[in-house]
Design a protein around this ligand. Structure first.
Ligand code: SAH
Ligand code: SF4
Length: 420
């Protein structure tokens, strides 16, 4: 389908993920999967199969509402389409969902899904319920090219960008699983106009209130698909999630940060993890290309940065690596130097099979947190969730991708050599 095709995005640096040169994965039966398409893209799809411009416009509006506001996948249930039209649509289109390979629930209520794409790629998503919110952790790629030394995802060999349909599909699937599509008839369903803040945890009984792009992959290396997917997610006639409830996490792809602010405009989280070149080069090899000071300047320039919408710095606490008092003081100094409206999330390192790193001791984490806090910066310690089902930060990786320690090391060396 030409109109929905997204051009290949040039990936900065020598490490190009295996790209997906299209926004829609073709199906064997020739039907087009509408999932992830915007209203204009649905309209073009309808025109391509023969509807005139006016009809396509009306139908695209109806379909958009059914797809993303009602979560409907069956054209027969779309009651404001004439009966013959429903059959006509079903012959040409489908409304897809990612295939669920495995669904697990942790003792703490965290849920993890292993998903499979039409072309057999596995990726994961995690839902984390809290007292006042429910956060869906969404993947942007299968694997990750960046190979941070403490991250399980970085050890996956296979990498491809997820399509907008696969990204939005995660949110749709979570809503399906949580059973939170609005019920009732179409006439009454126009709560699409509701104030964006009305999608609270309790008033309409919804559990999924927040989205973080912190699953597998580097979202800014799949910029266009992530942008298009999040636009669909934020559209007031569809899922209608407020941009204030969405956070994009990057390991520091500086050249894409300004565009992320302008074209997506969601909250930004930056995976800092270290305050010296030596340590950050080891933990986040991308640091060799885009250094700490440059990264902090890009954060200061992130145009939407303000006290109301602070930048979150993620800092994974690794024993004897990045967790000294001196590191904490340097972190405060750097954040002050760039006058950043910032918050630091301290994440206890989650070990995974084959890693040499260990988590900092609880006393160390507390001491570090106090120093940052006394420096005037909020530094909460994140409680690991879903550890028993390997759903915690940085553990996402499909079981089918297990590799030996030697192989992980060799891959890391290859990727680091490529980064120069
Ligand atoms: N690629 C993006 C988003 C996905 S990673 C990024 O790096 O920001 C999401 C978060 O999980 C990052 O802050 C990452 O540093 C953290 N993480 C990765 N592996 C981890 C581990 N083993 N323990 C704790 N946090 C980890
Ligand atoms: Fe990729 Fe983020 Fe993991 Fe680094 S921490 S390897 S950027 S997913």
């Amino acid at each position: 389908m030409q109109s929905a095709a997204s051009p290949l995005m040039p990936i900065p640096g020598p490490l190009d993920p295996v790209p997906v040169p299209r926004a829609v994965t073709p199906r064997e039966d020739g039907r087009i999967d509408l999932m992830g398409l915007s209203r204009p893209q649905i309209k073009s799809a309808l025109e391509e199969v023969g509807l005139d411009v006016k009809a396509a416009k009306l139908r695209s509006k109806q379909l958009f509402h059914w797809l993303y506001h009602r979560g409907e996948t069956d054209f027969e249930a779309m009651t404001d389409l004439a009966k013959p039209m429903r059959g006509w649509m079903a012959e040409r289109f489908v409304v897809g969902r990612p295939e669920v390979v495995e669904a697990q629930v942790s003792t703490d209520g965290t849920r993890k899904w292993l998903l499979r794409s039409d072309d057999g790629q596995d990726y994961e998503m995690v839902f984390i319920p809290d007292a006042d919110r429910g956060t869906l952790c969404v993947s942007s790629q299968v694997g990750c090219t960046l190979n941070c030394s403490f991250c399980h995802t970085g050890t996956m060999r296979l990498v491809r960008n997820l399509t907008p349909g696969e990204i939005v599909g995660q949110v749709m699937l979570a809503r399906d699983a949580l059973g939170e599509w609005p019920k009732g008839n179409m006439g009454a369903a126009n709560d699409a106009d509701e104030d964006e803040d009305a999608s609270q945890y309790s008033p309409d009984g919804r559990m999924l209130t927040n989205i973080v792009m912190m699953g597998m992959g580097e979202p800014l290396y799949n910029f266009e698909h992530v942008r298009d997917a999040l636009k669909v997610v934020m559209d007031g006639d569809g899922l209608a999630l407020s941009r204030r409830r969405i956070t994009l996490s990057t390991s520091g792809v500086i050249p894409m940060m300004a565009r992320a602010s302008e074209e997506i405009g969601v909250n930004l989280a930056v995976s800092l993890h270290a305050v010296t070149k030596e340590v950050r080069d080891e933990l986040v090899p991308l640091n060799r290309k885009y250094g700490i000071e440059e990264l902090l300047q890009a954060c200061a320039d992130y145009p939407k940065a303000s006290n109301a919408r602070r930048i979150t710095f993620e800092y994974v606490m690794i024993r004897d690596k990045n967790d000294s008092d001196e590191d904490a003081r340097e972190l405060v100094r750097l954040i002050r130097k760039y006058k950043l409206p910032a918050k630091v999330n301290l994440i206890p390192f989650n070990p995974w099979p084959g890693t040499d790193y260990e988590c900092s001791t609880p006393e160390r984490v507390r001491a570090f947190s106090s120093i940052v806090f006394e420096g005037g910066i909020s530094a909460p310690v994140r409680t690991p969730r879903g550890r028993d089902i390997m759903a915690a930060c940085g553990q996402l990786k499909s079981a089918s991708e297990k590799k030996s320690k030697a192989e992980i090391k060799r891959l890391a060396e290859e990727k680091q050599a490529a980064l120069g």
